[in-house]
Write a protein that binds this ligand. Structure first.
Ligand code: ADP
Ligand code: MG
Length: 256
């Protein structure tokens, strides 16, 4: 193990940032999340994998309350998820989310996209918001695109803007739901590299992805879901070389 990952494990032991306790959720008759218990420590990078329809996106969406739950508890930094109002807006700012489909505001420039949340939610003054937006755009490698509109950028560039926009809120944790699945193959790495760097910088991350190279190199832990349950959790080396459950073995045999 390298010194960096040892240090990270020590950091990861310090506090529980995201806690899900016995979380259940239904969509009608479908029991989409079944008794989910999951604890994510500060600085930890958790990769969630599993077959399509297993509940990975729903899990992410419950963590920032885009979806409510039927029972159980979700705590962010020790506090229960607020149901609505200003508290909820603040929570959403603490929990950054990056989607498969970028979801940038089409009628706003790249710079405006990254400034907007700072102005509206964080009430940052305009000059500071712009400075920060430009610095973040530089950090994800799209600083020269600031005055363009999203449609003028490649998918990989748009996704990096979406990451900068989430980071502008100084989130405590970042959720990524298949951030590279909609990208042309040659653009996947430029997004994964930004995520790798974020992980190295100590960001707490929950990443739903089929990019097993990323899981192996960046994750502290792999969570395998099937049929709304967490079937298996392990460090990446162990999970990929020696999966315990038949479901995980079957899944890995199809994708690796
Ligand atoms: P995954 O991200 O692992 O592919 P999802 O969390 O998107 O899985 O979906 C899990 C299951 O819940 C699927 O069967 C899906 O069709 C269903 N589902 C997701 N969102 C809704 C919704 N808003 N209403 C009804 N069913 C849904
Ligand atoms: Mg999904």
């Amino acid at each position: 193990m390298t010194e960096v990952s040892v240090a990270k494990d020590v950091v990861a032991g310090t506090s529980d940032l995201v806690v899900l306790k016995s979380v259940n959720k239904h969509f009608g008759a479908l029991h989409v999340l079944q008794d989910i218990d999951l604890t994510i420590a500060t600085g930890e990078v958790v990769v969630v994998i599993g077959p399509s329809g297993s509940g990975k996106s729903t899990l992410c969406r419950t963590i920032n309350r885009l979806e409510g739950v039927d029972s159980g508890e979700i705590l962010i930094d020790g506090k229960p998820l607020p149901a609505e109002g200003k508290e909820l807006a603040r929570l959403r700012a603490d929990v950054g989310m990056v989607f498969q489909s970028f979801n940038l505001f089409a009628h706003k420039t790249v710079l405006e996209n990254v400034m907007l949340g700072q102005l509206k939610v964080r009430k940052t003054d305009k000059q500071k918001a712009e400075e920060k937006a430009r610095a973040l755009l530089d950090r994800v490698g799209v600083g020269t695109q600031a005055d363009k509109y999203p449609a003028q950028l490649s998918g990989g560039q748009q996704q990096r803007v979406a990451i900068a926009r989430a980071l502008a809120m100084d989130p405590k944790v970042m959720l990524f739901d298949e951030p590279t699945s909609a990208l042309d193959p040659e653009m996947i790495n430029e997004v994964l590299e930004v995520m790798q760097q974020l992980a190295r910088d100590g960001m707490t991350m929950v990443v739903v992805t089929h990019e097993m190279g990323f899981a192996r190199s960046a994750a502290n832990r792999v969570v395998f879901m099937a049929d709304g349950r967490i079937v298996e959790e392990a460090v990446p080396d162990q999970f990929f070389s020696n999966p315990r459950s038949d479901r995980a073995k079957d899944f890995l045999s199809k994708i690796l």
